[in-house]
Design a protein around this ligand. Structure first.
Ligand SMILES: [Fe+2]
Length: 112
């Protein structure tokens, strides 16, 4: 991200930043899914502690991934010279599920 910013092309640097966040959020999402698997196999206090943590962040973490993926896609579309939906449909529709993200993406043309 630093290198992209120093290259002096702010639009390209913004796309690089968006892609870095998508990558981080994808890994974040995977890690929370793995913790959910561990919680499911755990018992007693361990299970409760993990479940409580998951309940606090699950929707929020899903939203991070869908919003940032939408931002990356729309910034790329904009960079290609096509009309983009900014902020992206996923963020505008406050998407919290993979199905919601797919619907938001499918309906983006109506939001142009
Ligand atoms: Fe996150």
């Amino acid at each position: 991200m630093q290198m992209a910013r120093e290259a002096g092309e702010p639009d390209a640097a913004q796309i690089v930043a968006a892609e870095c966040v998508v990558e981080a959020e994808t890994k974040d999402h995977l890690n929370w899914e793995l913790l959910a698997q561990v919680a499911e196999k755990s018992k007693g206090d361990d299970r409760k502690i993990l479940r409580d943590a998951l309940d606090q962040v699950e929707n929020e973490e899903d939203e991070h991934l869908y919003d940032t993926t939408g931002w990356s896609r729309e910034l790329w579309i904009q960079s290609l010279g096509f009309p983009a939906v900014i902020p992206p449909p996923e963020e505008e529709k406050d998407v919290k599920t993979v199905i919601g993200a797919a619907c938001a993406k499918q309906n983006r043309k109506g939001m142009l």
